[in-house]
Design a protein around this ligand. Structure first.
Ligand SMILES: CC(C)(COP(=O)(O)OP(=O)(O)OC[C@H]1O[C@@H](n2cnc3c(N)ncnc32)[C@H](O)[C@@H]1OP(=O)(O)O)[C@@H](O)C(=O)NCCC(=O)NCCS
Length: 173
């Protein structure tokens, strides 16, 4: 079991090295999470600055998973839609768990915490996309997410190849 925490922008700034470690581990495992390799420092730095600005603005929630001794082993984000017609909706992004501790239920715990955060934010519709046939598809299906469709050639893998992306949703009570 891990404990899940929601970070403020200041806490995220203080945790940036550990967050980057988890992000880089996922990218090194071949999951793009929006990035291609080589992943240089300035790209990562610019990315986290954007995340912190959105947390401060209240449009993004950043959750981290910590072991009992405080080590950061996973993270997940929730992007709260801001358009006037979309404020019932939020997008799950960048769910990742260190390879060394996968398949122990941490991804599931992060997703359940994301759902609780979605409800606490007054949102009822969760959406996400993931590589078709990728490692995370089973997790989302198991947790009750419904596949809305697949778009061929939607995103690039870490090495730049275009691949299909599956779009999922889940309506929360
Ligand atoms: C996807 C990810 C977050 C899952 O984290 P985790 O801590 O291993 O997840 P859990 O232990 O809670 O596993 C839950 C389910 O995920 C699926 N899953 C986990 N590892 C899997 C694997 N290697 N292959 C296929 N399905 C897998 C299974 O359905 C599993 O349920 P089960 O144990 O009952 O079979 C993790 O593999 C990861 O960080 N992957 C790289 C980043 C990524 O792909 N993120 C998603 C981007 S959209």
């Amino acid at each position: 079991m891990v404990r899940i925490e929601s970070l403020t922008a200041a806490e995220a700034r203080d945790t940036i090295d550990d967050l980057t470690l988890v992000l880089r581990d996922a990218v090194a495992s071949g999951v793009s999470l929006g990035f291609v390799t080589p992943l240089d420092e300035s790209t990562v730095c610019h990315y986290w600055q954007g995340v912190m600005a959105q947390i401060a603005a209240g449009s993004r929630i950043l959750l981290v998973a910590r072991t009992e001794d405080g080590a950061l082993v996973g993270s997940a984000q929730l992007n709260l839609a801001t358009a006037p017609n979309s404020r019932h909706r939020a997008e799950v992004q960048k769910v990742c768990v260190l390879r060394s501790v996968r398949n122990q239920g941490i991804g599931t715990q992060l997703m359940r915490a994301i759902e609780a955060a979605t409800q606490a934010a007054g949102r009822s519709l969760l959406v996400l996309d993931t590589r078709k046939g990728g490692i995370a598809e089973g997790l989302y299906r198991k947790l009750g997410y419904i596949e809305g469709g697949v778009i061929p050639g939607y995103a690039r893998t870490v090495d730049g190849t275009l691949v299909a992306e599956a779009f999922f949703y889940r309506t929360l009570a």
